[in-house]
Design a protein around this ligand. Structure first.
Ligand code: ADP
Ligand code: ADP
Length: 226
């Protein structure tokens, strides 16, 4: 379970971007943070990931407070809008990379074995030897998600992961993401400003406006402006 408890974020310039943000995500649920540009979605993700510290409030994973825990020790998978793949490495090397650094690093053979298992799951085995620059947007997104999952994170954070894809691919990849996170059983926070996208994939939607949670409910119970 992921708990975001009474989070406040005031930036150095005095701007209060988040006001008493409070919500809970059950283990294995896929929850969308939905709202217009500037409402605070990325700020919340960055605070959950530990890339930004809250001015006030607490973040808990399975009851453990993580606000004092370094990003690298939080066991988070983060997928960025622009994928952030390492351009000089092959797909296989990109996916092995998180397994070959840090305190729990594996030897090369073990890392490759795990990477290949996950590449099967996301259906990108045939891309192993390619460089990211030669891949389509959808393929790069699959690689980024696979790289986030190999470390078996407790929480997966996706920041507008479909925004750089064309409309047809967006539909396809969002179905794939839903299937994948359910198969792996990982607690997932998916940021989007697209209402239809949020309605189609989430177990729960947290609707934000100007740094405040306006609604927090199942997609079918949500009241949305037409
Ligand atoms: P979203 O992801 O929903 O588009 P953000 O979380 O990026 O929104 O930003 C929320 C608000 O906080 C915006 O008004 C943005 O301009 C402001 N903001 C973000 N980062 C900073 C910062 N470092 N300093 C001041 N204001 C910021
Ligand atoms: P996103 O596209 O995810 O909403 P933005 O483009 O709003 O992100 O912000 C990109 C970066 O710029 C972030 O690191 C954010 O903290 C910073 N930023 C956004 N708005 C401001 C602001 N008003 N003042 C200072 N930094 C900002």
């Amino acid at each position: 379970m992921l708990e975001v408890i009474d989070i406040n974020k005031t930036f150095d310039n005095g701007f209060e971007a988040l006001k008493a943000i409070d919500f809970t995500i059950e283990k294995g649920d896929l929850v969308c943070l939905l709202g217009p540009s500037g409402c605070g979605k990325s700020t919340i993700l960055n605070i959950i990931a530990g890339l930004l510290s809250p001015t006030k409030g607490d973040i808990k994973f399975d009851g453990r407070s993580v606000v004092e825990v370094e990003p690298k020790d939080r066991n988070i998978g983060f997928v960025f809008q622009n994928y952030a793949l390492y351009p000089h490495m092959t797909v296989l090397e990109n996916i092995m990379f998180p397994l070959t650094v840090g305190p729990k690093k594996k030897d090369k053979a073990e890392a490759q074995k795990i990477a290949e298992e996950y590449m099967k799951l996301t259906n990108i085995e045939e891309l192993a030897d390619k460089k990211p620059g030669t891949l389509s947007g959808g393929q790069q997104q699959r690689v980024a998600i696979t790289r986030a999952l190999v470390q078996n994170p407790e929480v997966l954070l996706l920041d507008e992961p479909l925004s750089n894809l064309d409309a047809r691919l967006r539909l396809k990849i969002r179905e794939e993401i839903r299937r994948l996170v359910k198969e792996v059983g990982i607690t997932t926070v998916f940021v989007t400003h697209d209402q239809e996208e949020a309605l189609s994939i989430s177990d729960k939607i947290i609707l934000l406006n100007e740094g405040v949670v306006q609604q927090d409910d199942d997609p079918q119970n949500l009241y949305l402006e037409p």
